[in-house]
Design a protein around this ligand. Structure first.
Ligand SMILES: Nc1ncnc2c1ncn2[C@@H]1O[C@H](COP(=O)(O)OP(=O)(O)OP(=O)(O)O)[C@@H](O)[C@H]1O
Length: 553
């Protein structure tokens, strides 16, 4: 029916429709030769209805054609069938759909933006009416400011907002009236209130269009990991708190616009290594798009710098430096880390699993159980020690037995992941032992949190799991003496200390946790851990961008 269908193809299509109808209903067919003219007439009508005509025109043409045929007095069986077909609702819908598609009409038609000349000022203005969905609490999704000449202009159009979807509002548009109220001398804060307080869910804006028209450069596939917490509702210099994005350390944010030096646009997509995949329900919810401080603003605030209530700048600000920096695997001074999603097959070696938590949170208990359940799947490191080898011990099995001077040399050269002294002997785990373990299975490590500084690097590509102790009450209930490998119950002081240390570890390192386990009931904790480890093996996960660009990863 569209531009490209020839008369021959059209006739074949009709033949097929009629054939199908005959098969369905019985009876005879055959479009006789003298009816070919009628087919040609139908084809021409379809062609006429093609460009620019409205969807309903095709049905008017269709009805006109039927009427013409019926009143011609020559209604053969074939024509009757054709008329019956053209009267069927689904055939008529198919005609409308084909007509719309051939005209490239895929979405609802919106009325054109009315432009008119303002009688008072003699300038061209556009009038835009926006209607808010009943159940949304946000405004229309713009921020406004006074420009250098003191005129009120749109400074930002938020991604995915009503304003952006309308396609009628641009950055730089000058606001003249809101709901017929002249706002040219009003303060932007008061105008913002008018825009949020949309009577009957709609707002009408009279604006002087930006000149030249502005476009919004939207980013795609740029993601950040928040390395600090941010609460937009308590940020007094936020340009539009209703559209603020808040986040906690470790949240993954989809960055959509960063043309503004101080305020970026994006949405929080979840938390941890599997954010946005629904693999592990970890704060999974796709928040709406909003504004949050750029890296520049975060750093400025940290260094004590102040900014005015609003300031707008152009240019693709700091994201370039953010994403192109080399190794930033453990830079605690930065507010964000650029991340990308890598599939398990993109890593050159098996990722070590780091179980991080307070002493007695249960890291070794979980490790022991995993090693017993799957001895071939997991591996562990063999530590170094300077103590004397005992009779039943073999070098390289229980320990690597080395001299004190050799171990001190390894420590001074930075070859140890961690080390300590006990009863006059040095003990520790060498970084080479982690690499060796990764050749034998998935290494399960329970290092001190300080070792994260060394281990969170592209040469180890670790997956970090926080083992969280339950509430004090659940801790007491779950750790009955019978369940403890240590044989004696925890004292009240010991439990308090575990809770405190756990909070301190979380505060210092939460940004780098890929996942977390609540270790209350040991069986539940174990099955949660297995589920996460299965995902590490099968699902793409967020890692620092610098890991993806390293050739030796
Ligand atoms: N969910 C649990 N239910 C009952 N007992 C547990 C649970 N988790 C751990 N335990 C017991 O608590 C004690 C401490 O656990 P574990 O040794 O695994 O701690 P850890 O985090 O490895 O700390 P550390 O380095 O001090 O050993 C052990 O006796 C262990 O059997």
């Amino acid at each position: 029916m569209g531009e490209g269908i020839s008369l021959k193809e059209f006739r074949q299509a009709l033949d097929l429709i009629i054939e199908a109808s005959v098969e369905e209903n019985g009876g005879s067919r055959i479009m006789v030769e003298d009816e070919v003219n009628n087919v040609e007439l139908l084809h021409n009508l379809m062609k006429k209805a093609r460009n620019g005509s409205h969807s309903s025109d095709i049905l008017v043409q269709c009805d006109g054609f039927i009427h013409e045929w019926e009143s011609s007095g020559r209604i053969s069986a074939a024509v009757q069938q054709l008329i019956a077909l053209l009267n069927r609702p689904h055939v008529r819908s198919a005609l409308v759909a084909a007509h719309d598609i051939s005209n490239g009409r895929y979405s609802p038609e919106l009325p054109p933006v009315p432009f008119e000349v303002d009688d008072d000022d003699g300038i061209a203005v556009k009038i835009v009416k926006l209607v808010k969905k009943a159940n949304t609490s946000n405004g229309i999704g713009v921020t406004i400011k006074k420009d250098s000449k003191g005129r009120v202009v749109i400074s930002r159009v938020l991604k995915d907002s009503i304003a952006e979807k309308s396609g009628c509002i641009q950055e730089g548009d000058r606001i003249l009236e809101v709901n017929s109220l002249n706002v040219q001398k009003m303060d932007p804060t008061d105008i913002a209130l008018l825009l949020t307080d949309m009577e009957c869910g709609s707002v009408s804006l009279k604006m002087h269009p930006a000149d030249p028209p502005t476009t919004m450069a939207t980013l795609s596939n740029i993601h950040l990991r928040a390395l600090s917490d941010y609460d937009s509702s308590s940020d007094r210099s936020h340009p539009c708190t209703e559209s603020g994005v808040s986040f906690s350390r470790g949240d993954i944010i989809e960055l959509l616009m960063c043309g503004d030096d101080y305020w970026w646009q994006g949405r929080r997509i979840g938390r941890g290594a599997f954010a946005g995949t629904n693999a592990i329900a970890n704060g999974e919810c796709r928040d709406s798009v909003g504004l949050f401080p750029s890296e520049t603003l975060m750093l400025k605030r940290r260094s004590g710098g102040t900014i005015g209530k609003r300031r707008d700048m152009d240019g693709l600000g700091t994201i370039k430096s953010l994403s192109s920096k080399g190794s930033r695997d453990f830079d605690e001074t930065l507010p964000y880390e650029s991340v990308c999603r890598l599939s398990p097959t993109s890593f050159a070696h098996i990722r070590p699993i780091l179980l991080i938590g307070a002493p007695s949170a249960g890291r070794n208990e979980l490790k022991r159980r995993l090693m017993t359940l799957y001895p071939k799947r997991f591996s562990s490191t063999v530590p170094h020690t300077t103590r004397t080898q005992r009779e039943k011990e073999a070098n390289g099995v229980q320990y690597h037995f080395v001299s004190r001077s050799r171990m001190e040399e390894m420590i001074s050269k930075g070859e140890m992941m961690e080390f300590g002294e006990f009863k006059g002997n040095l003990y520790g785990t060498a970084l080479s032992a982690v690499h060796l373990a990764a050749t034998k299975g998935m290494p399960l490590l329970t290092p001190h949190p300080l070792a994260l500084k060394t281990l969170r690097s592209p040469s180890f590509i670790p997956f970090i799991i926080f083992i969280r102790p339950p509430s004090k009450k659940d801790f007491i209930n779950s750790r009955s003496a019978a369940s403890l490998s240590r044989g004696r119950p925890f004292s009240e002081n010991e439990i308090d200390s575990i809770m405190e240390q756990s909070q301190a570890i979380e505060k210092a390192h939460a940004a780098y946790f890929d996942a977390e386990i609540l270790n209350s009931d040991i069986e539940c904790a174990l099955s949660d851990l297995i589920r996460i480890l299965d995902s590490v093996d099968s699902i793409p996960s967020w890692v620092p961008l610098s890991w993806a660009t390293r050739e030796d990863r």
